[in-house]
Design a protein around this ligand. Structure first.
Ligand code: SF4
Length: 889
């Protein structure tokens, strides 16, 4: 770690900045060093456990890639200059084009306090509703379906429900990789209650299927049809809760009519869904038999052009069976991001106002009075895709992007790039210097990173936790709420934006939730109003609401049948399910998602060498039939393309993928791969209600990429992006690691390396092989240590990568080390671990397979022999898979 920051206290309890599980993290420091993080044993989300990403947090604190100073047009400047320019430009745009020419695009990464100030400034004072966020890409459909049905954006249940259920239905959720600690809680629940049934519904066979009694690999996009069919089946089987329906809901007749019209019998439904009738029948009968059912859903439902409808078919089922807000029974959407929920609470979406209030005359009037807002908006602003389209058309002249990377994550990402190039002023606040989006900024503002931020976040079960700083900010980094407050003051709103500390902001937010609430709104933090700074600092994790009735928070909503609709009844939403067209553009349907050890656009996780080991390159999973048809071999480089763009990724041929579909991870950006941005392929199709883009159903074609050589480059010095057709970058121990492939002579690459590396006296270059035949090994030895190694070959060769990485940590290379390096392989006694499966203890598949062959037939036995799976447990599904493979072989 390059420490540019100063540790401030000995032990800090804070919250993990990655997924929506919201685990508590404990940080200890001795002297100037941050010790490896551990889970906060008192935090109710994780009780001391952390997944592999969380447990590597201390490895991501390097200041190396940080944005340290404000800049204008690429030139370092003072905060004062930058803030003056921003406020002058906002004033000029306001005067010339009006408030709707101004936008903020924020992120589920920023804290509730940051969001609150951004929202208040935009919607109450500048008078623009154009404040949207990358949460639009994550869970906007879940919000829309909750509000349509329950009358409020209220998650009904809590994590304990996952442990108390008799049936868990996981749909569109690879929790094992995307929400690992929740997955581990479910795994533990199944272990202690073998009768607990788990059904995973996902077109892909993911690591989560390891927990499943039944995996339904349904046709992509057919979720609404499935849940309508299940509703009809439940009605036929006498499984409805007619008392609940009559007493607490409306619109049932219309909804059931639609469901009954779509469902004939199990065979017909199974055919439509493309699954085994027997499996479907078992799932349906389990559902009828088990009142304690939780349906856990995530991006597979939300990131869809019909995501709101899909969410409502799930909620319909739970309302029809009265399975909502009681122990072990609820529909339960989980958020991808650490503070997507906090953003929702303060109005961080363009179609919300604040504190779970919207645009009704009474809500508007209440907020105007509370804020003393001179310019309160009267209608929603533009949602993410529409916002960037408006920028491209020249209608929005100013945008401030906070802590997110839309040039990678937005659909049609190249169009977003063109849009920003067309904007008069692009301000980007980020803690990282080199992202695709910082490269497009006119003004850069250094934001505090996770370790420096102070405030609150809310996790997927409505639990508010403190994020506490434990390092002083790097360079001139500042909190986002501070930067926004400074701009507000420069715009003339000194009295309304007087915040000195995040607790001031939180207090105002809590007061607004309580203002004229009278138990009429779900979000009520009246019990947290008036906290001193010390009380705020010592706030323990609590599930909202916190008020007189629930002074210690509330686990569940709606068990009493009281909803936040005008008449207090939940609404059934009639959904006509439409199966996706069998053929769209392209010959394959591209699905997107996450890998186990990376987060979003990798700006933080790619700082950890340990996390970079598991999956080093962007890839596409493809079914053997489709691979053969396209003449694609396993591990080959392939081009995935459509009229919008192309990416270059590694083919992974697997029967876990349905025929006709491929899966591509979302993480790789221009910083980490030559052409891995899957967003460049995605179209702008989106849900008509929520505005959430379709990220799971994109037509593409694939073909092998012709190359002349492939190989790896490891270098102690970062040489920058290699000039070749393909590269993928990641940290590799003490070196920078590149996977490479080229379609021109390898000589060009060798020339570039010689120029990219700053020479030192007595450097010793060793070259073996013939570049003209694409077969070369190049070493740079400096002061007896390995400085650089390049290995190229016409075919993909499985180099003993870990051995090469280890050579960089050697004090001095021995003569036999040099000879081995020149030969391109280690001596005979080297124990090659293979591909890394357990990132915590660097245990590879070769070592694991060998141990299985020698009799380790359980995860526990492997753990005892190799330690794999004994720390965070994130690799356990893969260990089980290797054991199963060995049994079948
Ligand atoms: Fe962080 Fe992992 Fe917990 Fe998610 S599950 S909050 S990534 S430690």
């Amino acid at each position: 770690m390059t420490a540019m920051t100063t540790p401030r206290s000995a032990t800090t309890q804070t919250t993990c900045p990655y997924c929506g599980v919201g685990c508590g993290v404990s940080i200890s420091q001795t002297g100037g060093t941050v010790a490896p993080v551990s889970g906060d044993t008192h935090h109710p989300a994780n009780f001391g456990k952390l997944c592999v990403k969380g447990s590597a947090l201390h490895e991501t604190l390097s200041a190396d890639e940080r944005l340290l100073y404000p800049s204008i047009g690429g030139r370092q400047t003072s905060w004062d200059n930058a803030l003056n320019l921003i406020s002058d430009k906002i004033t000029q745009v306001l005067n010339t084009h009006g408030p709707e020419a101004i936008a903020i695009y924020a992120a589920g990464q920023i804290l509730t306090e940051d969001y609150y100030v951004a929202n208040k400034l935009m919607k109450g004072f500048i008078g623009s509703g154009n404040l949207d966020t990358n949460s639009r890409l994550c869970m906007a459909s879940a919000v829309a379906s909750y509000k349509r049905s329950l009358g409020s954006d209220t998650v009904p249940g809590c994590y304990e429900d996952l442990e108390q259920a008799d049936l868990l239905v996981l749909v569109g959720s690879n929790a094992a990789w995307a929400h690992p600690i929740l997955y581990q809680r479910m795994t533990a629940a199944k272990k202690s209650n073998p009768d607990l049934k788990v059904v995973v519904i996902d077109p892909r066979k993911t690591a989560t299927c390891d927990l499943a009694d039944i995996h339904l690999a349904i046709r992509p996009g057919s979720d609404a049809y499935l849940f309508n069919a299940l509703l009809a089946y439940t009605a036929h089987a006498g499984g409805l809760d007619t008392r609940f329906i009559e007493a607490h809901t409306e619109g049932f007749d219309d909804t059931i009519e639609q469901a009954l019209a779509e469902f004939t019998d199990i065979e017909q439904a199974a055919q439509q869904l493309d699954v085994e009738p027997q499996l479907l029948n078992t799932f349906f009968s389990w559902f009828v038999e088990n009142p304690k059912t939780v349906t856990l859903y995530s991006q597979g439902i939300n990131q869809s052009a019909t995501g709101t409808d899909k969410g409502n078919t799930i909620i319909n089922l739970h309302l029809a069976t009265g399975r909502i807000g009681t122990p072990g029974a609820s529909p339960f959407s989980i958020t991808g991001q650490p503070n997507a929920m906090g953003g929702r609470e303060v109005g961080g979406l363009a179609n919300q106002l604040a504190a779970h209030m919207d645009f009704s005359p009474s809500d508007r009037d209440r907020i105007r009075r509370f804020w003393k807002a001179p310019n309160l908006i009267s209608k929603p602003g533009l949602k993410a895709v529409d916002m960037f389209d408006a920028i491209k058309r020249g209608e929005i002249k100013f945008i401030w992007i906070m802590s997110t990377n839309p040039l990678v994550s937005m659909p049609d990402a190249d169009d977003v790039k063109a849009a920003l190039a067309n904007c008069e002023l692009v301000v980007v606040s980020d803690c990282m210097a080199n992202t695709d989006t910082t490269a497009a900024a006119d003004v850069l503002l250094p934001a505090c990173g996770w370790s420096e931020k102070d405030g609150t976040v809310t996790n997927s079960e409505r639990r508010i936790s403190r994020q506490r700083s434990f390092l002083t900010p790097s360079g001139e980094a500042k909190p986002d709420w501070w930067a926004l407050t400074q701009v507000a003051q420069r715009l003339g709103f000194q009295n309304e934006f007087q915040y000195q500390h995040p607790s001031d902001v939180f207090d105002e937010h809590a007061r607004l939730t309580a203002f004229e609430n009278n138990d009429g709104r779900d979000l009520d933090l009246s019990g947290l109003v008036g906290m001193t700074r010390q009380e705020y600092d010592e706030l323990v994790p609590v599930q909202w609401p916190v008020n007189k009735r629930y002074p210690k928070g509330r686990k569940r909503f709606f068990g009493d049948g009281r909803f936040y609709t005008p008449n207090g009844r939940a609404k059934f939403i009639r959904v006509k399910s439409e199966l996706p067209a069998p053929r769209i553009e392209g010959s394959l349907i591209m699905n997107t998602g996450r890998v186990r050890d990376h987060w979003h656009t990798m700006t933080r996780t790619a700082l950890s060498s340990r996390l970079a080991q598991h999956i080093r390159e962007p890839y596409a999973s493809i079914h053997p039939f489709d691979a053969e048809r396209a003449n694609i071999k396993d591990d080959q480089l392939i081009r995935v393309f459509n009229p919008r763009g192309e990416i270059l990724v590694r083919a992974v041929i697997t029967e876990e993928q349905r025929q006709g579909e491929i899966f591509v991870p979302m993480h790789w950006t221009s910083r980490y791969a030559s052409a891995g941005r899957m967003g460049s392929l995605i179209g702008k199709q989106r849900d008509p209600v929520s505005g959430q883009p379709e990220l799971k159903f994109t037509g593409v074609d694939v073909e092998p990429e012709a190359i002349q050589w492939q190989g790896i480059l490891l270098s102690r010095q970062d040489p920058g992006a290699p000039p070749c057709r393909y590269w993928a970058y990641g940290p590799a121990g003490e070196s920078h690691g590149f996977e490479l492939a080229g379609d021109t002579s390898a000589d060009e690459l060798l020339d570039w390396i010689k120029h990219a590396i700053i020479p030192k006296p007595h450097d010793q270059w060793i070259r073996v092989g013939d570049p003209s035949r694409s077969h070369v090994r190049l070493l740079l030895i400096r002061h007896q240590r390995l400085e650089l190694v390049l290995m190229l070959h016409p075919e993909k060769v499985t180099y003993t990568r870990q051995w090469l990485i280890d050579q960089f940590s050697q004090g001095q290379l021995s003569e036999s080390d040099r000879m081995s390096l020149a030969a391109g392989h280690p001596g005979g006694d080297y124990d090659n671990p293979g591909n890394i499966i357990c990132s915590c203890y660097t245990v590879g598949d070769k070592a694991i397979r060998a141990a299985i062959e020698e009799g380790c037939s359980s995860v526990e036995a492997l753990g005892e022999r190799l330690k794999c799976g004994t720390n965070c447990g994130s690799c356990i599904p893969e260990l089980k898979e290797l054991i199963r493979d060995a049994v079948l072989a």
